[in-house]
Design a protein around this ligand. Structure first.
Ligand code: OKP
Ligand code: ZN
Length: 343
């Protein structure tokens, strides 16, 4: 399988993450992508290709103009305001349904952030833009050639970002941008399978009212983990989108046998939807030793995951989401891709 990758991911290199009342080195750090690309090269999975530039319009097809402008200018405006650290929100319009956007950057952070762990830092916008281009290049290549599968090694990840909010280490929703690109380039039905440990609240929200993009997610029960306010089984879509969002939350300690049962149900939904193309939000933070998650998958299990997905027989793009700083993330990601290739 071919991979799309850009060295510019390194421009996202924040110094801080608010975690347990401390400012720690972010879990979402540059070494993650290096582990994965090194493993791709060591195992000779396939070519590693640089992305093209698809510009702003596929980004604007998903994200609101004011949000994009905020991401482009936030770091400079935060520095100009005289703040010395990285940009972390400290106040939210909690409980208010309609809010007037503040003028000052400190208020705008709370207006656009869905969580407080994700510091804005120098280079964040440039890296997020490039990550979206990695997703777009992958889907364009998949749609225009004969290959059954492609891997977009996106960093930073995207599935928590909504049309107008960032957080959970995400700024632009790479998989949503790629899914919309499919719709705008001839695909009638697009399925998104999100197997990151965390619920993909951003992707869900973006397509919640629609019946042309199916969103199916396997994740830690939001009663017990981030993003806490989305991902319950009863969230199934709205209006003509009803039935086109499907959630499989699972409890702490879930191992591969029961996780795979949920995967089988998810794959049945995707098969019944008769999708032209499948996009997989691929997180390997379901791994037993992931530092921030509570599932118990082992490295060999990821080979089976890739094979199970390949059984669908649908053109598939894998889009990188989470999986934190252990060397095994390279092994686990490449196991999914190699398992897919083996079928
Ligand atoms: C992003 B992705 C650790 C708490 C982490 C944010 C998790 C974001 C996960 N102190 N909270 O879905 O892997
Ligand atoms: Zn995750």
């Amino acid at each position: 399988m071919e991979s799309i990758f850009s060295e510019k991911h390194i421009l996202r290199n924040a110094k801080t993450e608010l975690s347990g009342g401390l400012l720690v080195e972010p879990y979402e750090r540059p070494s993650r992508a290096e582990y994965i690309v090194n493993r791709i090269r060591d195992t000779q999975l396939g070519n590693v290709i640089s992305p093209g530039d698809y510009g702003m319009s596929p980004i604007r097809a998903i994200h609101s103009a004011d949000f994009v402008e905020f991401l482009q200018t936030a770091w400079v405006r935060w520095k100009e305001a005289g703040f010395e650290g990285e940009a972390i929100p400290s106040v939210w319009p909690a409980g208010q349904l309609q809010t007037v956007r503040p003028r000052f950057i400190e208020g705008q952070l709370g207006y656009y952030a869905l969580a407080g762990e994700t510091s804005l830092s120098e280079g964040t916008w440039e890296a997020a833009y490039e990550s979206a281009q990695v997703a777009l290049s992958g889907i364009d290549k998949l749609l225009s050639n004969e290959s059954r599968g492609i891997f977009s090694l996106c960093r930073p990840p995207g599935h928590h970002a909504t049309a107008n909010r960032y957080g959970g280490y995400c700024f632009l929703n790479n998989v949503a941008i790629a899914a919309q690109y499919c719709r705008d380039n001839g695909s009638q039905r697009v399925a998104i399978l999100d197997i990151d440990f965390h619920h993909g609240n951003g992707t869900q929200e973006i397509f919640y009212d629609r019946d042309d993009v199916l969103f199916v997610s396997l994740h830690g029960d939001p009663l017990d983990t981030f993003p806490f306010f989305w991902g319950h089984e009863k969230e199934q879509g709205r209006g003509s989108g009803t039935g086109y969002t499907v959630n499989y939350p699972m409890p702490p300690g879930t191992g591969f046998a029961s996780w795979r049962e949920s995967l089988a149900k998810a794959l049945e939904k995707i098969a019944a939807f008769n999708a032209d193309v499948l996009l997989v939000s691929l997180g390997v933070d379901t791994f037993e030793n992931d530092p921030i998650s509570f599932f118990k998958l082992k490295s060999d299990d990821y080979l089976v995951v890739g094979r199970d997905i390949a059984e669908l027989g649908i053109k598939t793009q894998f889009v990188m989401e989470g999986g934190y700083d252990v060397e095994e993330i390279g092994i686990n990601v490449v196991n999914v891709l190699a398992g897919f290739d083996s079928r």
